[in-house]
Ligand binder design. Structure first.
Ligand code: ZN
Length: 345
């Protein structure tokens, strides 16, 4: 039994490596793989918007299982039987071959984040465009999740768990796509947070405690003497420092997060969101031409955008046309922003 479980695990890992290797061939990196009882999900850093690429990355996993199955059938004399799944008496090769077939078929169920959902979106993308294809594929995913849950009630409660998982994943995929779509041509400076308190790099942990108490901010940018962004401080950093009984007179520079990505105020909002996601940082700093902090984009910005977008997509159209009329960023406006930041210190 143990050998069988280990062998199935190896097949699931091989399946994920199918995705990873094909993704890598297209230059898409995969920071981690999460294994679930029914398979795994390789997280793609960027979702390839080229339908053919997404199709090939998605199909690579199940293809690995089919290849393993074919190998077992041809080389190890395995046979495919339904009883091989439950029957411990069946030979190992047959049980493995059948399990691989089940893995391939199961993962091809057209629901996110199953591979089939991605194959479906890739197919729909060629006709309807990426965004519409995602919403169609997510809708299909929702219905399949519902069907799985109902079947699960009578057959196997595990299916209900999978259904809930699919439901959440389909919704997340849909949101991610709509965020990408509406932030693609929105200037970051239109949506960034511009009213916030900052602290100089020389400020102490005690200063930071006061600042967190007197503002509702969860992230405080730390400004170097030159006026550039030195890093950001999260309330969690302060809590950890105090918990570790660090001296409250130590400078915040010792405990801040210093590898904060910066973007020009002319950058688009989706670039900021991508950095937030890929680098897993608390904030992205938007800076003006003099490298002075003009604003911040945080996960809260993202949440607010989603809320506003659900209420009225026209809000964003207004932001876009506004920026077009102005013909980009005006230096005077940026200066004012910088001074405003400085005055809130
Ligand atoms: Zn897969």
């Amino acid at each position: 039994m143990l050998i069988f479980i280990l062998a199935v695990f190896a097949c699931i890992v091989a399946h994920e490596f199918g995705h990873v290797l094909v993704a890598r061939a297209f230059g898409v990196t995969t920071p981690d793989i999460t294994l679930y009882p029914f398979g795994g999900v390789a997280r793609l850093n960027t979702i390839p918007q080229e339908p053919v690429q997404e199709f090939l990355i998605a199909i690579a996993g199940p293809a690995v299982n089919i290849v393993i199955m074919a190998g077992l059938l041809m080389l190890a004399g395995a046979t495919l039987t339904a009883s091989a799944l439950s029957h411990e008496q069946a030979d190992l090769a047959s049980r493995l071959a059948t399990t691989n077939l089940v893995l391939a078929v199961f993962n091809l169920i057209p629901a996110f984040p199953m591979d089939g959902g991605r194959v479906l979106r890739a197919a729909l993308s060629t006709r309807f465009g990426f965004e519409h294809a995602t919403s169609l594929a997510a809708t299909v995913g929702h219905w399949i999740a519902l069907a799985l849950a109902v079947i699960g009630l009578f057959v196997n409660p595990m299916l209900i768990v999978i259904a809930v998982f699919i439901l959440f994943a389909a919704t997340a995929e849909l949101q991610a796509t709509s965020v990408r779509a509406f932030s693609k041509d929105l200037p970051a400076e239109r949506a960034m947070i511009t009213e916030f308190a900052t602290l100089p790099a020389a400020a102490t942990i005690a200063d930071a405690v006061q600042k967190f108490l007197h503002t509702s901010q969860k992230v405080i940018p730390i400004i170097a003497e030159s006026g550039s962004v030195a890093g950001v401080l999260e309330i969690g950093d302060v809590v950890r420092a105090l918990h570790a009984q660090q001296d409250e007179s130590r400078p915040v520079a010792d405990i801040m997060y210093s590898e904060i990505p910066t973007l020009s105020s002319r950058a688009k909002l989706d670039q900021a969101f991508r950095l937030l996601q890929e680098k897993a940082v608390p904030a992205v700093a938007i800076v003006d031409d003099d490298a002075r902090l003009a604003g911040l984009v945080t996960l809260e910005t993202l949440g607010e955008m989603l809320l506003l977008h659900d209420v009225s997509a026209s809000v964003f159209d207004g932001m876009r046309s506004h920026s077009r009329q102005e013909g980009g960023v005006r230096p005077i406006e940026r200066r004012q922003d910088a001074r405003h930041v400085a005055s809130t210190r």
